[in-house]
Write a protein that binds this ligand. Structure first.
Ligand SMILES: Cc1cc2nc3c(=O)[nH]c(=O)nc-3n(C[C@H](O)[C@H](O)[C@H](O)COP(=O)(O)OP(=O)(O)OC[C@H]3O[C@@H](n4cnc5c(N)ncnc54)[C@H](O)[C@@H]3O)c2cc1C
Length: 357
């Protein structure tokens, strides 16, 4: 899949899809079948939305013709399915601005400065942009990106240092085990801080962490970070942990990794002047159009009479929204219903048949 260009560039496209959750990804597929080029933006570093972030290893049983698949498998399968259309993926970026351009197209911008000019917009923003839950400790925020991390982008930069890892979920345990294990990225020390000695992670990962604790490669501290210590404007030197038994413990560190889960922020979507009801975008059920022509809303972000927040409903919405967008992108082309089974044109677009000479 094509990666997006550097921030600051202006990208012209037929369709901009906000959200790379399952519905945003399937929107790309339905648009691709109709020969509509799309770019996709997501606040998260990986495409997949709720199934990948909230229940990657849990089984989904109600997808048509797929008796069972996990959240992760669903994301992988959708990415495979849209590969032929080469949509640009702009990850780790939140769409903050959406306005109408003088020529009737839409101008959008992300918080990192990528800008888009597009004929149509598909808001597939689910329950909002997922952001890490931040650790609320006075004076800590200014260390974010240097010594305070809510995700690990480059593990090499954390190797051979003193790490304090806060959290009890799969990410916290994964990175604790990763940096404590023998290997080129091994840390000098790994301290895992969590409220309780109970974790929310797959059993095999919990067993691995337990074994590393028994070997002394991971130190476990039951408690919560209550304060941080830095020399004036200098680097973060240590955190103070309030222990469950009422005492406190100073933990010197080079890096603090915090995994407290993600929380969705509807944020900018609510500020674009689109009709909303209870934090959802109001759409019709013929085109899944919002109150602004050319802007569609699909998946968990929309509402209409009888709406059910299910994957299968969102997939249906993508199909009709794509058909409704086709006359905007190709005003002179009739929009015909074709079957992927029998249409050479669709099979060419899917890359199953070679392009027409
Ligand atoms: C625990 C759990 C189990 C579930 N099980 C099932 C099930 O068995 N069957 C079923 O049908 N459904 C199930 N669901 C519901 C299903 O996951 C949702 O209906 C589905 O994920 C909605 O997809 P979506 O693409 O609309 O939104 P999401 O999956 O929420 O994806 C939206 C994406 O948009 C991004 N985004 C939002 N705003 C912005 C912005 N401004 N800029 C950039 N990116 C943005 C977000 O980061 C996110 O990645 C379950 C949900 C949960 C929580």
């Amino acid at each position: 899949m094509a990666q997006g260009p550097a921030s600051g560039d202006l990208i012209e496209t037929d369709a901009l899809v906000i959200g790379a959750g399952p519905i945003g990804l399937f929107q790309v597929f339905q648009l691709g079948l109709l020969d509509i080029r799309a770019q996709v933006v997501d606040a998260l570093p990986a495409p997949g939305g709720q199934p990948l972030e909230l229940y990657p290893d849990k089984p989904i049983y109600d997808l048509p013709a797929i008796p069972v698949c996990t959240g992760r498998e669903l994301a992988q399968a959708l990415l495979r399915q849209i590969r032929p259309f080469g949509a640009g993926m702009h990850l780790g970026q939140t769409v903050t601005a959406l306005e109408t351009a003088p020529d009737g197209r839409f101008q959008l911008a992300t918080h990192t400065g990528t800008r888009f000019l597009t004929r149509t917009v598909f808001i597939a923003a689910g329950v909002g942009a997922f952001e890490p839950r931040r650790l609320k400790v006075e004076g800590l925020a200014r260390h974010e990106g240097r010594q305070l991390h809510y995700r690990v982008d480059d593990p090499d930069t954390l190797a051979a240092s003193d790490l304090v890892i806060v959290g009890g979920d799969e990410s916290a345990l994964h990175w604790a085990a990763h940096f404590a294990a023998d290997g080129p990225q091994r840390a000098r020390s790994v301290t895992l801080v969590h409220r309780r000695d109970v974790f929310d992670a797959p059993p095999d990962l919990q067993s691995r962490v337990q074994a590393l604790r028994e070997q002394g490669a991971i130190r476990f501290v039951p408690g919560q970070v209550g304060a941080c210590e830095a020399d004036g404007d200098g680097p973060l030197a240590a955190v103070q942990v309030n222990l469950n038994d009422g005492g406190s413990l100073r933990l010197p560190l080079d890096h603090l990794l915090v995994f407290q889960g993600l929380s969705p922020k509807l944020g900018p979507v609510a500020e674009w002047g689109l009709a909303m009801e209870r934090k959802q975008l109001v759409v019709d059920t013929e085109k899944f159009a919002t109150s602004v022509p050319g802007i569609f809303a699909v998946g968990d972000i929309n509402t209409y009479p009888g709406k059910r927040k299910l994957l299968v409903s969102g997939f249906h919405e993508c199909t009709l929204a794509a058909y409704a967008a086709a006359p905007i992108v190709y005003p002179d082309r009739p929009v015909l219903l074709q079957y992927t089974t029998t249409s050479p044109k669709l099979q060419q677009r899917l890359g199953v048949l070679p392009p027409a000479p």
